[in-house]
Design a binder for this molecule. Structure first.
Ligand SMILES: [Zn+2]
Length: 244
């Protein structure tokens, strides 16, 4: 079970790109939607925002948030019913255990592109201000997985970037020096890019420094696993400073 992160959604989106410009013959699934919207609708574009796929039609777009990488299947089905499926003349895309939203707007009207770690619009100054103004009392480990603050951070990006920045995930945002936070945000943006490259060429998990690893590569200290909000994070207690 691999949880999605912004770059993995982007990677799958690139594979779905061949459905751009195609006509949807119908949609189905357990999610209640106005199916008439999709009758012979032209799929204009496929984009992403954080962990959402965005399917753009003329009058609206569909945002689909997928939590596990294996929950998007093309021309294959699971035994359980899909949350939502697109049917084309000869193909289908099935989304399982996913959140579907249909919005009569443009993606940029609804999502703040400055918060998406994989977008050129990503604005570290904006995020820094948001963290220090509205989330100062929270732990950085919690804040990193809050998709409203940083869209696209998942468990691997959280673990690896906090390790690189030498910050313990339980550190309170108000106690972390500003320059450390700036470095962390830079790391997140850089690592999101590296993550996408690794998906194309190698393995993200294999190349991770401490995610699901036993010992710190630097000092051989046993890596601790903890769960924050039911999602695993890994910590080197020696390298990562706990700011309280
Ligand atoms: Zn260490």
């Amino acid at each position: 079970m691999i949880m999605t992160e912004g770059p993995s959604i982007l990677f799958i989106k690139n594979k779905l790109q061949r459905y751009k410009g195609k006509i949807v013959s119908k949609v189905s699934g357990t999610t209640q939607v106005d199916e008439s919207l999709f009758a012979h609708a032209l799929l204009i574009d496929i984009q992403t925002f954080g962990k959402n796929f965005l399917f753009l039609f003329k009058e609206f777009f569909v945002a689909i948030e997928v939590n596990l990488v294996g929950n998007v299947l093309v021309n294959k089905q699971k035994k359980v019913a899909a949350s939502f499926s697109y049917h084309f003349e000869e193909n289908e895309i099935n989304f399982y255990d996913s959140e579907i939203m249909i919005l009569k707007a443009k993606p940029s009207d609804y999502f703040n592109l400055k918060t998406d770690i994989s977008k050129s619009e990503f604005d570290a100054d904006f995020i820094l201000n948001e963290l220090r103004t509205n989330h100062a009392e929270e732990s950085i480990g919690d804040a990193l997985l809050n998709q409203k603050i940083l869209a696209g951070v998942g468990p691997i990006i959280r673990t690896e970037t906090l390790y690189h920045a030498k910050i313990h995930p339980d550190s309170l945002i108000k106690s972390i020096p500003e320059k450390k936070l700036i470095f962390l945000l830079k790391m997140i943006q850089d690592y999101a890019e590296e993550f996408l490259t690794l998906l194309k060429t190698s393995s993200v998990e294999k190349n991770a420094l401490i995610f699901e690893k036993k010992n710190c590569p630097k000092d051989k200290t046993p890596i601790l696993m903890e769960e924050i909000g039911n999602i695993k994070t890994y910590v080197c207690p020696k390298c990562q400073k706990f700011f309280t």
